[in-house]
Design a binder for this molecule. Structure first.
Ligand SMILES: *Cc1c(COP(=O)(O)O)cnc(C)c1O
Length: 431
């Protein structure tokens, strides 16, 4: 097994600490958009939601021109953030870049967990380091930049928490008004950070799809732009940077298998798109990682559709799980998730909440990495897949921790000491 290489270089990072990725005009290569279901073409540089068929639109690029304008050495010398991939992104003008510092995220090993499982290598891409504490920053950063570029002044979305936080932060920075609707049992931190970062936020007595209906039906009255997952074309372009970044961090290669905590699936679809685009410009070969969609047993519509062999998923009734980021009973991009998983030779797998909680504790104690429950679900799924023989112990596995564990309720820690009494030091070590 080759050791993880992190070839990112900092030598050209300019002395005055300005980020040239944010200020330099760089060529862009978007040619058009296209319906992911029918292939119908749509013009670039115009406002779009879903296609006429009600399906997500995907952004297309001129790969020949991209390949001619950029090489790996130039890229390696740029500051280490998401905007180093500007030629792969749709934003035309540098002054429309709205940034809160979207740093590249590290690949953290779990050596003791790997030893416990007798596995060769486990890598975690820790997306909890991004602005607003989750990878939703990648997608919403792009969506808000494009909204700014296209003259939008008011945006709205349903959220399980992290997407709303990112929308609020980037909209405030871009001077765009934001409206956010969350299920009323969304983690408290999320609702408060959304409010604090300047969005108008409501708790709704329903699930994320019920919140989505409120956004959709409010369009006429409120004239807001619907920023729901995959209902606008640019969040996926932001999430795509996970795949670009990952390939670059691994020296322009891919891991054997990727475990992705799947809600709306933007990240999985986005990474799949990234690998295709990198192959199209000749930077990656034909090898793809097997893509694994991880869900919770209490909300597993994609897993059911995968097992049933269907193209679309059905609405999951009574969705519940501690991993609120993947509590998505219905996904508009279901067929795109399933297509990527199947084309890659991967699979979909559901894990119980108890396994999620246990995996979170084990990774934190053994390897010092605090995973969010969604990230912990990928570790639980990896363990389950090892036990079932769906993944080999020598496969290089990459898990996604998509948000910081600090936003979620944690197990109680109630031990107290009375400083006025003698302290039994020996007893401290015994607990
Ligand atoms: C949104 C979210 C997910 C699911 O991401 P999708 O790309 O929508 O499937 C997973 N984990 C966390 C922490 C999230 O916030």
């Amino acid at each position: 097994m080759t050791p993880t290489t992190l070839p990112v270089q900092f030598e050209h990072f300019s002395e005055d600490m300005t980020d040239s990725n944010l200020t330099s005009e760089r060529p862009t290569f978007v040619t058009h958009l296209s319906c992911s279901a029918t292939g119908e073409r749509y013009a670039a540089d115009q406002l779009h939601g879903l296609s006429a068929a009600g399906k997500p639109l995907l952004v297309y690029y001129d790969h020949q021109a991209q390949a001619a304008s950029l090489d790996k050495e130039v890229l390696a010398a740029r500051p280490p953030d998401m905007w180093r991939y500007r030629e792969f992104l749709p934003v035309r003008k540098a002054h429309n870049i709205v940034s809160l510092g979207e740093s590249m995220t590290p690949l953290v090993t779990l050596p003791r967990t790997a030893a416990r499982l007798n596995a060769a290598e486990i890598l975690v891409k820790d997306e909890g380091r991004l602005p607003t504490g989750s990878f939703k920053a990648r997608g919403l950063c792009l969506a808000v930049c494009m909204a700014k570029e296209l003259g939008i002044t008011r945006m709205a979305m349903p959220t399980n928490g992290n997407a709303g936080a990112a929308l609020a932060a980037y909209c405030s920075r871009a001077d765009i008004e934001s409206y956010v609707f969350c299920p009323d049992d969304t983690p408290e931190v999320n609702v408060r950070e959304i409010a604090l970062q300047g969005a108008k936020v409501w708790r709704v007595n329903g699930l994320i799809n019920d919140c989505g209906r409120i956004v959709g039906e409010g369009k006429a009255a409120m004239d807001w732009f619907d920023a729901s997952t995959l209902k606008e074309p640019y969040r996926i372009e932001g999430k795509k940077t996970m795949g670009l970044e990952l390939a670059e961090q691994l020296g322009w290669s891919v891991p054997d298998i990727i475990f992705y905590p799947t809600g709306g699936g933007t990240g999985l679809i986005g990474m799949w798109k990234a690998f295709q685009e990198l192959e199209a410009i000749g930077w990656l070969g034909g090898k793809r990682p097997r893509m694994v969609a991880v869900q919770a047993e209490g909300c597993a519509p994609i897993v059911k559709a995968f097992e049933d062999g269907t193209e679309h998923a059905e609405l999951w009734p009574d969705a519940h799980t501690v991993a609120s980021g993947i509590r998505v009973p219905v996904a508009v991009g279901d067929f795109l998730i399933l297509r990527a998983v199947r084309e890659s030779g991967g699979f979909a797998i559901a894990v119980p909440d108890e396994a999620i909680t246990l995996a979170q504790q084990q990774a934190a104690r053994a390897d010092g990495l605090l995973l969010g429950p969604e990230g912990a679900a990928t570790l639980a799924a990896y363990e389950q897949a090892l036990a079932d023989g769906c993944v080999a112990r020598d496969e290089r596995a990459l898990l996604f921790n998509c948000g910081t564990g600090l936003k979620y309720p944690m197990p109680a820690a109630d031990q107290r000491l009375d400083r006025t009494k003698p302290i039994d030091y020996a007893a401290l070590a015994a607990v």
